[in-house]
Design a binder for this molecule. Sequence first.
Ligand SMILES: [Fe+2]
Length: 404
Amino acid sequence: MNSSADTPRQVMAPDFYSYEPSAIADITLTETGVILRWSDGASLHCHRFWLRENALGLGGIDPATREGLLDPAELSDDLAIASAAMTVEGHLEISWEPDHALSCYHAGWLRHIADGKHLASSWVPVPAVWTTDDLPKLKTFDAREVIAVPEKRAAMLNELVLHGACLLIRAPTEQGFLQDLAQVIGPLRDSNFGPLWDVRADVTLAGDAKTNTTANTGYRLGPHTDLPTREIPPGFQFLHCLINEAEGGSSTLTDGAAIVAELRESYPEDFELLSTRRWVFFNRGPGIDHRWSAPIIDYSLGNTLPTIRAFYPVRAFPDMPDEDVDGAYKALRRFHQLADDPRFELRFRLSAGDIMCFDNRRILHGRDAFTGEGLRHLQGIYIDRDEILSTARALNRECGGVSI
Ligand SMILES: [Fe+2]
């Protein structure tokens, strides 16, 4: 179709990003909307209702908030595309009936949709499953640089999405430093342990009532994920080492996605039981009653990577037919043996000033037993996945792409 305008003009996108020019080469009207084509073969089918919802002004997108204003109940069967044309810059111009309104769509914005850059998976790395052969050591970043330099922060967040874990080094050993870090990443996820919590031995003898979590004892903590008692467990966890002069207490990290891959490949019956039979996770702390029932490998949250629910201190009851319990325990033992296998489990010692960062729904973390009250002190925070992904996407767009 021919251009409907003679002079170049500015076309705003229905969001706050700016887009490179990407002139449309051809427009075809269909029964439900238009098909756009670019000279390199890319194409995009746009439904007429979707185009009207995304029209700036005209009751579609509010130019101030860039959010949609159109209640779907107001979309009428009478709404039709009278004509579709390209402007001289190659943008899309739609003439509507019955109201004779005219709307214009930035071709670069339309092209980013044709390229899939509007999807939830876009602008961040695709997660890479790892064993200790693939990732013998965590990638490290300077903690102060991550706070001060957006490109360093983007690289660190990309690593968190890619491998699910990294180590910040040379952080000040001041209590509360994690809150400074959170300031540039995203809001904290609170829990009954508070927004900033301490990990240190509050007891030296079993049975003492000074703490309500195994984390605050000197006991070994096998590979686990925190707070499976919640419908959606916290996304990312940051553990800041303030002092580590205790005997023992080495840290471990295991990619739960690698365990899932191994189970699928080598032990399909165990995988079936672990991903379908449910357990009740239950906090026994005084004054709280968090509980949730779900499989150990939980796909219910709709991601390609499942949420791993594996914290035996709070895994309380089988929630499955009695005849399945024996098999479920066999599968559970296999899962935890693999999680502690050197093929999958990284083992290292945190030093004062290190911050261990990991995806709490994907990566299992643990620590060896330690002795010496007050000689090992960590502080922790949670930041949900939504915040990590949002900041990573925004930085990657700002800093010129995904640097992996
Ligand atoms: Fe933990």
